[in-house]
Design a protein around this ligand. Structure first.
Ligand code: FMN
Length: 335
């Protein structure tokens, strides 16, 4: 059994977190990220409460014990259903439960959850209160600055006021609005402008809240600067996924003052091999794991060859660890 994290550990861990990303931060990705950083808080992809509670899809809660500290992100808008989903998550051993109030996709909008909840702070408060009542681990909220025509300088403080009145002590703010009409989910991660100042203002207005900033953070140096400027945490999504070595391997030392667990990305690739063997012997496919490893050598000599071997060969029937060995050879040749 993995050691259970205490509340204060999670608060510390959330100085840096890897964002929840559908189809990306699955259990294989998180296993890889955990090899790179022992300290960083990892998030699952969003799991919808209806899928868990009505659909009985509890397999979506599967994770590797090595992943702790790990937060389960839930999507939904029915307080009782979310409470039940949170209970299932806590029972499965997650360290924190997060409510998604930031995802703009159509599918999610149709179920009245995600970013559209920014328009219903009372409902969000009911959801968070019901979830908090159901579990004894921390319940957090990941939100946007606002949506559509909202004026975030007015609506975001009102939203946070309601959320914090439930006893919720930690939020992640994606520092841009979501425009629910006319933009794709991808465009909604790039086009609405970032406003870091407003997140700083929210920290000043709600000093008791643990506030993490998310959105557009590209380097550890930027994360360090945001922490030094008074924020409690920084969440990184795409940069951590595409450049995991650069973002995560230095995190333990620079963000947490602990020794870095590894000094060479090649060691990480090799450390994935026993995990890959296990996955294959459980009936999984190589590509399901290696697709998350494509960026491991980003910016290093041979990175392109590494990526090419993995992307061309890992999807073939019967592909196994020898593909990773072959990809590593490309790096040695390049060096
Ligand atoms: C492929 C992808 C999937 C995402 N899925 C989710 C999700 O399930 N839940 C969520 O709250 N945000 C999701 N996001 C948004 C990220 O969590 C994050 O807020 C966003 O990418 C901005 O951070 P970044 O600029 O560091 O990437 C997703 C982003 C990407 C790129």
């Amino acid at each position: 059994m993995a050691e259970k994290y205490k509340k204060q550990d999670i608060s510390r861990a959330s100085r840096l977190s890897v964002a929840p990303m559908m189809d990306w931060t699955d259990r294989h990705c998180r296993y890889l990220h955990r090899l790179l950083s022992r300290e960083t808080l990892l998030f699952t992809e969003m799991v919808t409460a209806p899928a868990l509670v009505r659909g009985g899809a509890v397999h979506l809660l599967g994770y590797n014990p090595e992943e702790h500290p790990v937060a389960l992100q839930l999507g939904g808008s029915d307080p009782q259903e979310l409470a039940e989903a949170a209970r299932l998550g806590a029972e499965a051993g997650y360290d924190q439960i997060d409510l998604n109030c930031g995802c703009p996709s159509d599918r999610v909008q149709s179920g009245t959850f995600g970013a559209v909840l920014m328009k219903s702070p009372d409902l969000v408060a009911d959801c968070v209160a019901a979830m908090r009542e159901a579990v004894d681990i921390e319940v957090t909220v990941k939100c946007r600055l606002g949506v559509d025509e909202q004026e975030p300088r007015d609506t975001l403080p009102a939203f946070l006021e309601k959320v914090s009145a439930t006893g919720c002590r930690r939020v992640v703010i994606h520092a841009r609005k979501a425009w629910l009409q006319g933009l794709s989910p991808k465009e909604n991660r790039d086009i609405p402008p970032l406003d870091y100042d407003l997140v700083h203002q929210m920290k000043a207005a709600f000093p008791h809240l643990h506030v993490s900033l998310n959105g557009g953070v590209e380097t550890l140096a930027e994360a360090e600067a945001l922490l030094a400027a008074g924020l409690d945490g920084v969440m990184i999504g795409r940069a951590a996924y595409h450049r995991p070595w650069e973002i995560l391997a230095g995190a333990d030392e620079r963000i947490y003052g602990r020794a870095a667990p590894v000094s060479d990305p090649e060691d990480i690739a090799r450390a994935m091999l026993p995990y890959i063997e296990r996955h294959l012997s459980d009936g999984g496919r190589l590509h399901q794991v290696t697709r998350h490893m494509l960026g491991l050598f980003a910016g290093r000599p041979g990175a392109r060859g590494w990526r090419r071997v993995l992307s061309e060969q890992a999807t073939r029937d019967g592909a196994g660890p020898e593909v990773v060995e072959a990809a590593l050879e490309r790096l040695t040749e390049a060096a």
